[in-house]
Design a protein around this ligand. Structure first.
Ligand code: FES
Length: 175
């Protein structure tokens, strides 16, 4: 019965291959994007109401995300933070949003002690509240993020969180 034996052998090989494929697909997905939304272009996230933001006073907001790898879903954790700067009434863009990741080497940018500029504590990169760089430490200004406002009387401010490559003069999304 060689044909029958071959038939069972091929069937068994096919089943093993199917099983291996089922195991490999989530693993490959994890290898391609281990942190999920951390590396790719994320969705808009609601961070605040416009009325919560004071004009000209930057406020920081943590970006929380659920991390999952091939088989495990981890609890929600901070994956970055964003500075929101409300603009004066009548400005074409009511709110500017910047990722807090320094374009020099990625440290979190903070407020300077006098609270009049942004300052990165790692190597002293300085930025204005418009995101423009104020010294030659960083290769570019702070990275702006897209902002959406809802249509309510006190609109919700939503930001699309993205990450960018450090150490380049041009703003390039992380692959
Ligand atoms: S990482 Fe910000 S100044 Fe170097």
């Amino acid at each position: 019965m060689p044909n029958r034996r071959n038939f069972f052998r091929l069937g068994a090989v096919g089943l093993v291959n199917l099983f291996a494929l089922a195991l490999a697909v989530p693993g490959l997905k994890y290898l391609l994007d281990p942190l999920g939304k951390r590396s790719g272009s994320g969705d808009f996230r609601k961070l605040a109401r416009l009325g919560q933001l004071k004009i000209g006073e930057p406020q920081a907001f943590a970006i929380l995300a659920e991390r999952r790898d091939a088989w495990v879903k981890y609890p929600t954790e901070p994956v970055g933070s964003v500075w929101l700067v409300r603009q004066p009434e009548g400005s074409p863009e009511p709110v500017l949003a910047f990722t807090a990741e320094c374009p020099h080497l990625g440290c979190p940018v903070n407020l300077a002690p006098d609270r009049k500029t942004f300052l990165c504590p790692c190597h002293q990169a300085a930025f204005g509240f418009d995101g423009k760089k104020l010294n030659d430490v960083p290769p570019r200004g702070m990275d702006r993020l897209p902002v959406e406002l809802s249509t309510e009387a006190d609109p919700e401010v939503a930001v699309k969180f993205e990450r960018f490559q450090p150490q380049t003069a041009e703003k390039k999304p992380l692959a």
